[in-house]
Write a protein that binds this ligand. Structure first.
Ligand code: ZN
Length: 307
């Protein structure tokens, strides 16, 4: 069964590369994108804006990195050490440089000559939002609503083209009272289903969990499911394989509120939630279900995307 799935992933990846939509970079999960692929990503983003803009979110755009200490403080290193990435660089002397050149000329490994920098790679688009909101002091009664779009990194090399190591997430993030956060998530569960439905993609919503590390992580995943803190909108992309999570709906309760000491207007610890659209995954789903030539897609779908 596993071989069948692997073969199906490889076949889909070969088709995407063959049509020039993705560009091989020689590393599993790392791809360039063609102009056509990017155009669909942009139109998809515009469609998400069309749904979310009327709420008047504050727009924030961050680079694909964040402070290493921010990653640590958010709990990501504790919970997902296997997925986290940090940036390392050379900071040696002339003497060390000579040693580095020696190793390079002999084709030897040189990577242990790098040292960690202050920069980590962003694992999820919303991670830059919490410290920013926290730095402003207590929330207003209306809470905060942020629109964020960021390149993310997760170290999970895979031949599945929908499981990239570097990809983009478009998120709306709600910070406020438990009630504000809960109604935000309900609203976006409906909106995301309607949007993906209008793209004529087969989708279902299911309770999900995050891939917490190790044995203790299994318990965290189980309780996350039990309490329905995470939902995913799943779309079949490769028929033989498990369905792919294209949108996720996350209720963090007061996890980030506590980590960053975010307070509501009344001085309680804030709750947070986010809805995250995997724009590459949705784009891949569109190519899978409607074909590799955009001009051949159903008129209704092209109309929704303005293509
Ligand atoms: Zn998020």
């Amino acid at each position: 069964m596993k071989d069948l799935v692997s073969a199906a992933y490889e076949a889909f990846r070969d088709e995407l590369l063959g049509h020039g939509l993705l560009i091989s970079m020689g590393v599993d999960g790392l791809y360039g994108r063609s102009g056509t692929f990017e155009h669909v990503v942009e139109r998809l983003n515009a469609a998400i804006s069309g749904v979310g803009d009327p709420d008047g979110p504050e727009v924030m755009r961050f680079p694909p990195g964040l402070g290493r200490l921010q990653l640590e403080k958010s709990g990501y290193v504790r919970n997902f050490p296997h997925l986290a990435g940090t940036v390392a660089s050379f900071a040696g002397s002339d003497h060390d440089h000579a040693a580095l050149l020696g190793r390079l000329s002999k084709g030897e490994d040189w990577t242990d000559m790098q040292r960690p920098t202050e920069v980590a790679l962003t694992p999820a688009a919303c991670y830059g939002v919490y410290p920013t909101i926290a730095s402003r002091g207590p929330l207003a009664a209306t809470g905060a609503l942020v629109d964020v779009y960021t390149w993310c990194f997760r170290h999970e090399p895979s031949i599945d083209p929908a499981r990239m190591q570097m990809f983009r997430q478009r998120e709306h993030v709600r910070i406020g009272t438990r009630e504000q956060v809960s109604s935000f998530r309900t609203l976006w569960l409906d909106r995301a289903q309607a949007l993906v439905g209008s793209l004529e993609l087969p989708a279902t919503i299911e309770v999900a969990s995050d891939p917490f590390f190790g044995r203790a992580g299994k318990l965290l995943s189980a309780s996350q499911r039990e309490e329905s803190l995470k939902f995913e909108l799943l779309v079949p992309i490769v028929a033989e394989a498990p369905r792919t999570a294209c949108v996720s709906f996350n209720d963090h309760r007061d996890l980030f509120g506590r980590a960053w000491a975010i307070q509501t207007e009344t001085g309680e610890t804030a709750h947070t939630a986010c809805v995250g659209f995997g724009v590459e995954r949705l784009t891949l789903a569109l190519f899978r279900h409607h074909g590799f030539i955009v001009a051949d897609w159903p008129d209704r779908v092209r109309h929704v995307l303005g293509l």
